[in-house]
Design a protein around this ligand. Structure first.
Ligand SMILES: [Ca+2]
Length: 158
């Protein structure tokens, strides 16, 4: 019997902790938008994520693209604040309907749709986690853990 160079539980814990920190940071974006802009409600995930998907790589609405082009980075609330400040200063109007993104959010309308729909929705669960369903991040983390366990098992068998 051989010994492990890396204790599996410690390595698995590190992977999960790293993933969880990133997911938690991104799931705080709706609340951060609310706090930073002084909104009376928490915007829906659909303000940034299209197609009902909230996993990695799905933030592709016009408003999200405006934020990204001003430095928004996944998991970074400070980059979100900086990007929101830039949109405010530039009077950005992502859907070109004459009302700025920030004004639309203050009014409770979708900055992605001209004469936008209501963005005051049901209670939020965070944009990285869909209620009752696995996300791309969940599946990626599980696959990563399975690969690490497989390698360690193979190494231990030598
Ligand atoms: Ca607009």
């Amino acid at each position: 019997m051989s010994t492990h160079r890396f204790p599996l539980p410690a390595l698995a814990g590190l992977v999960v902790a790293t993933w969880s920190a990133s997911a938690l940071a991104t799931s705080s974006f709706p609340g951060e938008v609310q706090n930073h802009l002084g909104l009376s409600y928490t915007p829906e995930c659909s303000v940034c994520h299209s197609g009902g998907q909230t996993g990695s790589g799905t933030a592709n609405t016009p408003f999200a693209m405006s934020l990204k082009s001003r430095g928004l980075a996944p998991g970074s609330t400070s980059s979100l604040d900086t990007a929101l400040d830039a949109l405010t200063a530039e009077n950005t109007d992502s859907d070109h309907d004459g009302l700025t993104d920030v004004a639309e959010l203050a009014k409770g309308t979708d900055p992605n749709v001209p004469e936008g729909a209501d963005v005051v929705g049901p209670p939020q669960y965070g944009c990285a986690v869909s209620p009752g369903g696995a996300t791309t991040l969940d599946l990626g983390a599980l696959l990563g853990l399975a690969l690490v366990a497989s390698r360690l098992r193979r190494r231990a068998a030598r």
